[in-house]
Design a protein around this ligand. Structure first.
Ligand SMILES: Cc1cc2nc3c(=O)[nH]c(=O)nc-3n(C[C@H](O)[C@H](O)[C@H](O)COP(=O)(O)OP(=O)(O)OC[C@H]3O[C@@H](n4cnc5c(N)ncnc54)[C@H](O)[C@@H]3O)c2cc1C
Length: 401
């Protein structure tokens, strides 16, 4: 089967339009470029990219395949992929706004028409930033064991508890939060999903520094009052709402990246750097390692293309998203180990005199341990096993949308 996308002349014209737009609108100076390491983010970079995202949002290019009436672009999957590829080629990354990718799909499925009109146009055009507040200190992989409470009080709910590993550098507008709404109901049937304004009285956001990637947050909710109009889905539909988000997070976004910049930079480095006067790329072991990395990168792209094809052809989705996520999560430490075998200790230092490529290799070594976000490899395996039909019980099987 040929998964490669064959673009029509109209789609190629769209690619030219996108490139021209970025040439005219994306010209950051040295102080405005996205840093290799999230730890090096500054307010100047953040503000510059926030404005860029607002401009992209106004064109519908941040959520290209969402309907125009909700702030999307109303574009085809192919046009959406062209945008993905072009932004990836410019190495433009989303940095912590999970509203578009994770929260909006759930609002589209579970929100009332009024809620869709209220939240989506601002989220999808980057006017509002949303953080996903699911994980708690004692509820990660086993998310249904979360403890945060949302107790009904008249027309409001009052939220108390703690979320963790949320958000990044910068400001936030909405906290997309799961909490127990009915403690008398069984697990999975006792949760509600809320859009909580981040500026609500009783919210306290603290910083949490991680080795792997920049800062994360701990959020405390102390008697935070939320009107019932901000409940997404029914009072105890939170698990189903979260499943719509997790389906995407477990690899179901069907996005296709552009070139493998990391591999290209590594290959250039190996052509230029010398050991004992001989370019690294002449060493057969280095060449083997490079081929291993390249093959992995191509497999990733094929998974992405297969998933893209499934989404575009509306083929029912089963284990394919989790398979893609699992492969990426297992591949990262393997790539880190191969890079270490090629570069030796230079891959481990961020010392400006010794590091290669502004610290990008050292950052990749740290990043590679980051297999937890969106579910650990074990969680992906469990999802796949259930979808293949080898779960322990039917009740444990995850929902398929
Ligand atoms: C950088 C980063 C960003 C994140 N972003 C967000 C965010 O924006 N919003 C949010 O809500 N959360 C976020 N998270 C949290 C993330 O979703 C959790 O870390 C993840 O769900 C794992 O939970 P945990 O860390 O509590 O580990 P645990 O659940 O305690 O798991 C510890 C280990 O035990 C294994 N394990 C647990 N249960 C099983 C089982 N039944 N079978 C086999 N193995 C098992 C796990 O695979 C893991 O290796 C983020 C985490 C990180 C590190």
């Amino acid at each position: 089967m040929d998964f490669e996308i064959h673009y029509t002349p109209e789609q190629e014209a769209f690619r030219r339009e996108v490139r021209a737009w970025f040439e005219a609108n994306y010209q950051p100076n040295e102080k405005q470029k996205l840093p290799v390491d999230y730890n090096d983010m500054t307010w100047e970079i953040w503000e510059y990219h926030r404005e860029l995202r607002k401009k992209l949002g106004a064109k519908g290019w941040l959520a290209p395949h969402f309907p125009k009436e909700y702030g999307g672009g109303g574009l085809s999957m192919e046009e959406s992929i062209i945008l993905d590829e072009e932004m990836s080629n410019l190495e433009l990354r989303n940095f912590g706004d999970l509203g578009i990718s994770l929260c909006s799909p759930a609002i589209m499925v579970w929100g009332t028409e009024e809620q869709k009109k209220r939240y989506l146009p601002r989220i999808l055009t980057a006017q509002d930033i949303t953080w996903q507040c699911f994980t708690e200190p004692d509820a990660g992989t086993d998310l249904a064991s979360l403890k945060m409470r949302a107790d009904k009080d008249g027309d409001d709910y009052v939220l108390n508890g703690q979320k963790i590993f949320v958000g990044v550098f910068g400001k936030v507008d909405w906290l997309y939060t799961l909490a127990i709404t009915d403690p008398n109901k069984p697990r999975h049937a006792n949760i509600g999903a809320f859009m909580v304004p981040a500026q609500s009285p009783g919210i306290d956001i603290q910083t949490l520094e991680l080795v792997a990637r920049g800062i994360k947050r701990v959020i405390y909710y102390d008697n935070v009052r939320v009107p019932k109009t901000q409940l997404i889905g029914g009072e105890t539909d939170g698990w189903k709402v979260a499943s719509s988000t997790l389906e995407v997070e477990h690899g179901g976004s069907a996005t296709v990246g552009g070139h493998d910049h990391f591999f290209n930079k590594l290959a250039s480095y190996c052509r230029e750097a010398k050991r004992n006067g001989i370019p690294l790329s002449n060493d057969p072991d280095v060449r083997d390692a490079l081929v291993d990395i390249w093959v992995g990168s191509q497999v990733t792209r094929l998974f992405e293309m297969r998933n893209y094809w499934m989404r575009a052809s509306k083929t029912p989705w089963k284990w394919e998203g989790a398979q893609n996520a699992l492969y990426a999560k297992l591949r990262a430490p393997k790539v880190a180990s191969l890079v270490l075998s090629i570069m030796g200790p230079y891959a481990l230092t961020s010392d400006p005199k010794l590091r290669a490529l502004a610290g990008e290799f050292e950052y990749q070594q740290r990043q590679s341990i980051l297999t937890h976000p969106g579910g650990t490899p074990e969680a992906q395996k469990i999802v796949m096993a259930r979808r293949i039909g080898i779960a322990k019980t039917k009740q444990q099987a995850a929902a398929i949308h």
